[in-house]
Write a protein that binds this ligand. Structure first.
Ligand code: BEZ
Length: 211
């Protein structure tokens, strides 16, 4: 069954390049990103997994653990990791799940048979510390993902989980945000001491609260 926003991320046990783990236990109190790629030793995936390794400090800054998955074996993941290091200048520094029997891929609906009956699509699940799914994303095999966008939306999710705001189109950390419509003007004045600008009654802009 498809996994929807707000669902509890299914728990599982997995063999990974960093040993056997239970997903929820491994996540602990962190945010998490579970992402799948179609196949080891393929070009687009090689660039993606190198980029995620380079971005590890950015994920760590956001208290976020990343974990990759494909239908390949741990032995293949390890062999391929050397290629990723050689060609991308960064070796995966996060676990790669081996899912040759597609147990976890099926649990997370990562195989879309009308696209490919055996390989996982490029799925991304962002999971909050409450283990609820906060974002899902599906890309085809032919298009590498933009992990800068994944960091951007993580910033938005983390901000809006704490403050009564939403983030506008193309927002980036540090830019003005939107006061959620459920707050009255009086409530907004209390919550946002820097004030807000009313463009329309339903569109009120305020500086990012935690800056
Ligand atoms: C790739 O990562 O380059 C790729 C993987 C599977 C199908 C097509 C492309």
């Amino acid at each position: 069954m498809a996994i929807r926003l707000g669902d509890t991320a299914p728990d599982f046990e997995a063999q990974t390049t960093e040993g056997t783990l239970r997903f929820h236990e491994w996540l602990g109190n962190s945010w998490g990103i579970l992402f799948s790629h179609p196949k080891d030793f393929t070009p687009v995936c090689t660039t993606e997994l190198g980029e995620v390794a380079r971005l590890k400090p950015e994920f760590a800054k956001r208290n976020t653990k990343v974990i990759a998955l494909s239908v390949d074996s741990v032995a293949d993941h390890e062999k391929w990791s050397a290629d990723i290091e050689e060609t991308q200048g960064a070796r995966p520094n996060y676990p790669l799940i081996a899912d040759p029997d597609r147990r976890i891929a099926t649990l997370y609906d990562m195989i879309h048979p009308n696209a490919d009956s055996t390989l996982t699509v490029r799925s991304v699940f962002i999971i909050g510390p409450d283990k609820k799914v906060k974002l899902t994303l599906t890309y085809p095999a032919s298009a590498g993902r933009n992990f800068a966008e994944i960091l951007r939306v993580l910033d938005s999710l983390q901000l809006t989980s704490v403050h009564s705001v939403a983030t506008p189109v193309n927002w980036k950390d540090g830019e003005d945000v939107i006061v959620v419509p459920s707050l009255t003007d009086a409530q907004a004045r209390e919550k946002f001491p820097k004030g807000f600008r009313t463009v329309k009654p339903y569109l009120r802009i305020t500086p990012q609260p935690n800056k």
